[in-house]
Design a protein around this ligand. Structure first.
Ligand SMILES: [Zn+2]
Length: 277
C-alpha cells in the first residue's frame, strides 16, 4: 500500500506536470464504487468545468483543490495508481476513473484491487478530523509526540500504524523507523525513555524524508507495487534496512533480521539492536 512518501511523490509529480490551472472537461467512470458518498452523476456535475488550483496531501490522501472551493480527495489504498497521459491513449484494463482535462491530458485512476476511493468535500478539517499528526508538518513536535505517547499504553507497531495517532505511516516506514531508533516493535508507548522518544521522533521524520527523496518504495519483482505518475518506479527499496529483509544481516550490527507478527502485521526487526529489555 502506498504510504506518505509514495503519495507525496505522486503529489509532486502532479505539481510538476502543470495540471494546476487546467479546467476539468469531463469525468468518465467505469467502476462506480471507486466514487464514495456521491452518485456518479452528482460527482461529475460538481467537478466539471472547475479548474484544479492546488495539489497537496494529508497522510496518505492526495488532495486536488478546485476553483469552486471543493476538494477531490484520492485514497489509493492497496493498489490504486494515477496515470497522466494523452486522451488518445486507449483505455486499459483496471482504469476505473478518467478525469479529462481541457488541455487534452487525462488523469486516470488504475486500481486492480478496487479498494481505492475518490471523495469530494468542501471542508478539509472536517474530512480529516480523525487523522492524527502530520509527521512532516511543523505541528509534529517532540513535545506533542511525547505527550501523546505517554497518554497511551500501546505497542509501538500498531500505534504508529494507527492513522488517528499519526497519519501517513504504513508497514514499511514503521519498521524502518523503529529499526533506526533501535526500539523493539512491541515496546509500550508509555515505557519509552526520553532518549528513545527523541530518537524515534527523529527516525520517523528521517525515513519519510528519505522515502520522498528516493521517490517512493517500489517493492516486488516484475510488477512492483508502486509507480509514480509517469510509470516510473521509486528507488527507496534499495535503501531499506530491515523491511522484508528477513534472514539478512542487520546493516548496523550484523545479526540476523527476524520477522514476527505484531498485531496481525508482519514486522521486521533486529533482535540485537532492538532489544525489548
Ligand atoms: Zn542490528
Amino acid at each position: 500500500m502506498p504510504e506518505l512518501p509514495e503519495v507525496e511523490t505522486i503529489a509532486e509529480n502532479l505539481r510538476q506536470s502543470a495540471l494546476t490551472g487546467i479546467v476539468i472537461e469531463d469525468l468518465v467512470i467505469y467502476w462506480t464504487k471507486s466514487i464514495a458518498h456521491f452518485s456518479v452523476e452528482e460527482y461529475r456535475r460538481k467537478i466539471m468545468g472547475q479548474m484544479i488550483t492546488h495539489i497537496s496531501r494529508r497522510g496518505k490522501n492526495l488532495i486536488l483543490a478546485l476553483s469552486n472551493d471543493l476538494f477531490i480527495i484520492i485514497h489509493l489504498r492497496m493498489s490504486g495508481r494515477l496515470i497522466l497521459c494523452e486522451d488518445w491513449n486507449p483505455i486499459r484494463k483496471h482504469e476505473h476513473i478518467i478525469l479529462k482535462m481541457r488541455n487534452g491530458k487525462e488523469l486516470r485512476f488504475h486500481d486492480t484491487r478496487k479498494f481505492g476511493r475518490w471523495y469530494l468535500t468542501d471542508n478539509l478539517n472536517l474530512f480529516f478530523k480523525n487523522l492524527g499528526f502530520e509527521p512532516l508538518n511543523d505541528t509534529f513536535t517532540l513535545d506533542a509526540f511525547t505527550k501523546e505517547l505517554k497518554k497511551r499504553s500501546r505497542a509501538l507497531k500498531p500505534l504508529l500504524l494507527d492513522q488517528s495517532f499519526i497519519a501517513g505511516l504504513g508497514n514499511i516506514y514503521v519498521d524502518e523507523a523503529l529499526w533506526e531508533a533501535k526500539v523493539h516493535p512491541k515496546t509500550l508507548s508509555n515505557q519509552l525513555s526520553k532518549g528513545q522518544i527523541k530518537k524515534l521522533f527523529q527516525s520517523i521524520i528521517n525515513v519519510l524524508k528519505k522515502g520522498i527523496i528516493n521517490r517512493g518504495t517500489s517493492l516486488g519483482s516484475g510488477k512492483p507495487n508502486f509507480y509514480g505518475l509517469m510509470g516510473v518506479q521509486g528507488s527507496n527499496q534499495e535503501g531499506l534496512n530491515v523491511f522484508r529483509l528477513t534472514g539478512k544481516p542487520c546493516p548496523r550490527c550484523g545479526n540476523i533480521i527476524e520477522k514476527i507478527i505484531v498485531a496481525q502485521r508482519s514486522t521486521h526487526f533486529c533482535p540485537h539492536c532492538q532489544n525489548l529489555g
